[in-house]
Ligand binder design. Structure first.
Ligand code: FAD
Ligand code: PYC
Length: 406
């Protein structure tokens, strides 16, 4: 039996054996953000002489390591509008890519165990409502109704007093997002080069002129840096300083169980969060590791601590096995908002400071960074996220909306 009708298109990406000597735009980092920017550069601006350089494999960074929570219940006007635009973009992506991203709208509860956190939840709910985002303060009975297996007293350790309920809260399959954007960019002529590390950036008289890679030199006038936890290393190459510090963030999943948990639950005070994936695994995380280190090592201490907190909330899980644990490198900013836009080096654009919160922003960061690169001016949605805000002492304070404890 001979295959007479070979599939006419590559299933995912075209493999390019060689780098060209020059591109209009070079994107460093084949995570969701770099690939999304490439996709929108090609789709919205017709800029297709673009390459994405990825030192490992696409989606192998934080994109493929995160716990996939998508929400827009932020605290600042800049944050709420930006993440809300992202939530809107997420709605059509599976259809747009012709690839199932397993996007699932579950509803999101941020649990409050103290009066102080109830106050922050109310604050967030009011800012959200002001911008048309569906969030509201609810009592413990609403949490019990949505997640009947929960022990509202958390084994007597930290009784739940209420929660911020955010109906649009969702999850999606993380690596499929990278594949979808990559496939869409590839179809439009963008070149994706995996196993290609950027080792230096050529800057002449304050302007980008090219990029040195493990596979040779590329001439270009525009570089977009979208490398999350590797941002400080790339910034050294162009002599730009940011207040980013890299901390590990760990996560783990259980063995698959029958569906029993619909919503996403986050406990800011206990520093834990949980959702159940489409495959039935419980996806769980805790706070950021307190030390600064650029590594993806996971620890026993993390699993022990998180399991203890989980059992306080869901004692019936005591016989469930943990199947995998891992870590990513979170590029943390002092105000918990990203750093996006132009830099003091002409032609060098930055998409960074995604810390523990950047997966949900993948579509909107691609949209706004492609605009910024194409027009050499920041998209209106990202002006609150400029690097310059730190020099101006004008932070965009999102700490109260970070799900992860710090
Ligand atoms: P990445 O996916 O990390 O991509 C950057 C890429 O750059 C990598 O593939 C890397 O190999 C490549 N690279 C680095 N240096 C070079 C070089 N010199 N040359 C070429 N390539 C290079 N966010 C949420 O919104 N919701 C969540 O629930 C959530 N949970 C998280 C849980 C964990 C455990 C972690 C670690 C993060 C979580 N995040 C979450 C944050 C989110 O994962 C990241 O902010 C987001 O994935 C960043 O995407 P990115 O494309 O910018 O970076
Ligand atoms: O940003 O929602 C979030 C999040 C949850 C866990 C890690 N990040």
């Amino acid at each position: 039996f001979a295959l007479s009708n070979k599939h006419p298109e590559p299933r995912m990406f075209t493999r390019h054996d060689k780098l060209k000597s020059a591109y209009d735009v070079v994107i460093i980092g084949g995570g969701g953000h770099g690939l999304a920017a490439a996709y929108y550069l090609a789709r919205d601006f017709g800029i297709t002489n673009v390459c994405v350089l990825e030192k490992g494999y696409i989606g192998g960074g934080n994109t493929g390591r995160n716990t996939t929570i998508i929400r827009s219940n932020y605290l600042t006007p800049e944050g709420v509008q930006f993440y809300d635009a992202s939530v809107n973009l997420w709605q059509d992506l599976s259809q747009e890519f012709d690839l199932n991203l397993f996007y699932a709208n579950r509803g999101h509860f941020t649990l409050a165990h103290t009066d102080a956190s109830l106050r922050t939840m109310r604050w967030r709910a009011e800012v959200n409502k002001h911008y048309g985002v569906h969030s509201e303060l609810v009592g413990p009975e609403a949490v019990k109704e949505a997640a009947p297996m929960i022990d509202l007293s958390c084994s007597g350790q930290a009784p739940i007093l209420g929660a911020l309920y955010h109906a649009p809260g969702s999850v999606a399959r993380h690596d499929a997002v990278a594949w979808g954007y990559g496939k869409g960019a590839d179809m439009r002529g963008v070149e994706i080069h995996q196993q290609t590390e950027v080792t230096g950036i050529d800057v002449v008289a304050g302007k980008v002129r090219g990029v040195k890679t493990s596979r040779g030199y590329i001439a270009t006038n525009k570089v977009l840096c979208a490398v999350a936890g590797s941002t400080p290393r790339i910034l050294k190459m162009v002599d730009v300083r940011t207040p980013i510090h890299v901390h590990p963030l760990q996560a783990m999943v259980s063995e698959p169980l029958k569906p029993w948990l619909d919503p996403i639950l986050v406990s800011g005070s206990l520093h834990v969060y949980i959702s159940q994936s489409a495959r039935g695994e419980l996806v769980m995380g805790a706070s950021l590791d307190p030390y600064e280190v650029q590594a993806t090592r996971s620890t026993l201490d993390f699993v022990e601590h998180l399991s203890g907190q989980m059992l306080n909330m869901f004692p019936f899980l005591s016989n469930v096995k943990v199947m995998r644990q891992w870590a990513g490198m979170a590029d943390m900013t002092p105000d918990f908002a990203p750093i996006m836009g132009k830099t003091p080096v002409e032609g060098f654009y930055l998409d960074s400071g995604w810390g523990t919160w950047g997966f949900k922003a993948t579509p909107v960061s691609g949209k706004t960074m492609s605009y910024t690169v194409a027009n050499d001016q920041p998209h209106p949605l990202i002006t609150g996220f400029s690097l310059d805000r730190f020099r101006q002492f004008a932070p965009t304070g999102e700490k109260g909306a970070a799900s992860v404890g710090h």
